[in-house]
Design a protein around this ligand. Structure first.
Ligand code: ADP
Ligand code: GLC
Length: 494
């Protein structure tokens, strides 16, 4: 066990308080895992309206302080609450306290992310709030671990507005990229509004000439180290196909860029302990899965006892997720075989319209729920036989790992973390945990689904695939050690 480090984690999302996607799960689970290893962890998250609405009991944290921006000052304070299921370990007793940065003028809004004019200020203020909270408690972090574009300015702030403070002299910053598809791009004039006019020279100059400032790019330039959430995505983002315009910059920083696959928080996502599913089960006794399947079909008002598989989808509906491959394929399968499709998600109107149309065409076979519903996502994982993720790109993806644990065989495209976590079923050697296709084409998906449905006919083989998946271990126990090694390497670079 290495000596404990002081680690600040700054995240725009944190399960169960504020979640739109996998970042929330990962921020909470990594913080828990580090806390259980005995590190001195501080997890910072904005205090959104929904945390208040959710009735989470919070306590006063740091006394109010002011964050000054040109022409405007914001009153900030922190509020704390225990992170559920974070019992500690290695000298840490009791739950980890989440520290919410409460600035009602900026975060008490309906959504986590907005298109309001002050969006760049909201996130600049979050980074500053994290630094000031450290200052106020004279707590010198060894590592500040930031996530995605929202906290992308923090390393630059440390080098400029906060450079005077010796508290941060030994601090290293790690920027984890969870999704290059969101970069935080704003008019260059926001630099002035954020009070960073003097630091103009430290932003990407060509971008400024184009009249924009890019938060994620600024983080990539100034963070001590970069990580992303799978090894394959770490390679992919250095290519034109996946780099979203930042591939050159990422390739330049290749020697400070590492891929670490996300873990799964099995205290939340495992069918033997899951409180949201009607019957618990595990690899040694699968009876409960049958019950989960029956009840799920009932809940979604679908015809019972299909001879074919129940296919589940739980997803944000965006271009990233690859649903444009589905329109020609799904109706064919759904009409030709006695299968069911259950979809939970929301997002772009075209995808929602498509799934609604599919449901209206085949109301006994297709169930959809548009919106966000955590318990239902657990029941879909437990009650489905297959889980579909045809992603165009996928930095890591969590649902395929959840699926494996629930004996729900994933059908995925080999990209990013999907490539790193699902092993293609090899019928000759009778090995593998799922079905994998490579080309981003409807034909490739079609052939793979066809193959999966053929294998379904051989229930012994199917059981083998389920079993192999359920025995995979993607727990944070292993992944947290990789972060520890990385933090140690970062500090050794002094
Ligand atoms: P991403 O972060 O790109 O959305 P991930 O697979 O990493 O993809 O994580 C998605 C997380 O969000 C999973 O925990 C999934 O169960 C959850 N999720 C996505 N959409 C919904 C929804 N509509 N209702 C409930 N949970 C959802
Ligand atoms: C992002 C990615 C997803 C990843 C998640 C957590 O939202 O789209 O692939 O699993 O972050 O790292």
């Amino acid at each position: 066990m290495p000596s404990p480090l002081r680690i600040a984690i700054a995240s725009s999302e944190c399960a169960p308080f504020a979640k739109t996607g996998g970042l929330a799960d990962v921020a909470a689970a990594l913080a828990k895992a580090l806390w259980a290893r005995g590190h001195d962890v501080r997890l910072f998250v904005p205090y959104y309206q929904r945390i208040d609405d959710g009735g989470w009991p919070t306590q006063d944290g740091l006394a109010p302080f002011d964050l000054e921006f040109p022409g405007r000052s914001y009153r900030a304070e922190t509020r704390t609450t225990p992170l559920p299921h974070s019992p500690g370990g290695g000298g840490n007793e009791g739950p980890l306290q989440v520290e919410f940065l409460n600035i009602p003028d900026l975060y008490a809004r309906k959504e986590l992310y907005t298109e309001d004019d002050d969006e760049p200020i909201r996130w600049a203020a979050f980074s500053r709030g994290v630094l000031e909270a450290c200052q106020m408690s004279s707590w010198a972090p060894d590592i500040i671990h930031i996530n995605d574009w929202h906290t992308g300015l923090l390393p630059l702030l440390m080098k400029t507005q906060y450079a005077w403070d010796e508290l941060f002299q030994g601090t290293r910053t790690l920027l984890s990229i969870h999704n290059l598809g969101y970069q935080g791009v704003f008019p260059a004039s926001s630099i002035q509004a954020m009070g960073l006019g003097d630091a103009r020279g430290q932003f990407h100059q060509e971008r400024l000439e184009d009249g924009i400032v890019n938060f994620l790019e600024t983080g990539i330039i100034h963070a001590s180290w970069l990580s992303t959430v799978s090894e394959t995505y770490a390679r992919e983002i250095q290519t034109k196909e996946f780099g979203m315009g930042l591939e050159g910059l990422l390739a330049q920083r290749e020697d400070h860029l590492i891929g670490i696959v996300n873990g799964v928080d099995y205290s939340e996502w495992s069918p033997d302990v899951d409180p949201h599913i009607p019957s618990q089960f595990g690899p040694a006794d699968m009876k409960g899965k049958r019950e989960c399947r029956d009840r799920l079909l009932e809940e979604m008002n679908l015809a019972p006892n299909p001879s074919g598989p129940v296919i589940g989808i739980v997803s944000r509906m965006t271009g990233q997720k690859g649903f444009e491959l589905l329109p020609d394929i799904l109706p064919v399968f759904l009409k030709s075989a006695d299968i069911r499709l259950i979809v939970l998600g929301s997002g772009d109107p075209a995808s929602e319209r498509y799934f609604q149309w599919l449901r209206d065409s085949l109301p006994e076979r297709v169930g959809v729920y548009f919106g966000y519903k955590n318990e239902l996502s657990h029941r879909i994982e437990a009650g489905s036989d297959m889980f579909l993720m045809p992603s165009r790109y996928e930095p890591c993806g969590l649902n395929q790992m959840y699926s494996l644990r629930y004996g729900t065989v994933p059908v995925v495209r080999a990209t990013g973390g999907l490539a790193d976590t699902v092993q293609r079923w090899d019928p000759e050697r009778r090995e593998g945990t799922g079905f994998v296709f490579y080309e981003f084409t409807p034909e490739a998906l079609h052939d793979t689904l066809r193959h999966a449905l053929d294998v379904w006919q051989d229930q012994e083989a199917w059981g083998q695939i389920q079993h192999a998946g359920m025995l995979q271990d993607f727990s944070w126990h292993a992944q947290v050690l990789r972060y520890e090694d990385l933090y140690a390497a970062m500090l050794a670079e002094f």
